[in-house]
Ligand binder design. Structure first.
Ligand code: AMP
Length: 151
């Protein structure tokens, strides 16, 4: 098996992103690989199905600005180069796959809540990224029930 040269960490910028980020940093160090980080801002029209009869563009701009500063803060802490940070507008699974191909990524890292039942049927991003990825995908278990070694 070849070594990973470029690793892509997908972050939703929630609190648990730090846990997933730590794993990504460890893996990147282990392989002496570049670490790339992507955050996708979903269009409000997609999230709310275009049902709100008002102009949401200023709210969308604010979300985008907030996401940019959170992504930068996260990446500064993780020592990720500016050229390796991607703030994208669109559907997470689609955009994560697109960046992975464009940046010639060999492993994608996502968080996984290990959902089951109805929540799984409704779909998870981790699942969406796994299906259709043309490189390895590592799902780091987060949330209640996640078992983590202390050492
Ligand atoms: P979810 O299935 O939405 O709970 O998300 C699981 C994982 O998918 C997160 O820990 C991230 O790794 C990734 N993810 C979810 N939403 C986004 C997003 N908007 N941008 C980038 N990655 C995301």
């Amino acid at each position: 098996m070849g070594e990973y040269k470029r690793i892509l960490l997908a972050v939703d910028l929630a609190d648990e992103s730090n846990i997933v980020g730590e794993r990504a940093i460890q893996l990147a160090r282990l392989f002496d690989a570049e670490l790339h980080v992507v955050h996708v801002v979903e269009p409000l029209s997609l999230v709310y199905g275009g049902d709100i009869p008002m102009d949401l563009s200023s709210v969308q701009d604010q979300i985008q600005e907030q996401a940019k500063s959170s992504l930068d803060e996260f990446c500064e802490g993780a020592g990720v180069l500016e050229a390796h940070r991607y703030l994208i507008f669109g559907r997470p699974e689609t955009e994560i796959h697109r960046i992975a191909t464009a940046a010639d990524i060999d492993a994608i890292i996502v968080g996984s809540h290990g959902r089951h039942g109805l929540a799984l049927l409704l779909g998870s991003t981790a699942n969406g990224v796994l299906h259709g990825a043309s490189c390895d995908v590592l799902a780091v278990r987060v949330g209640p029930g996640a078992h983590r070694r202390a050492d």
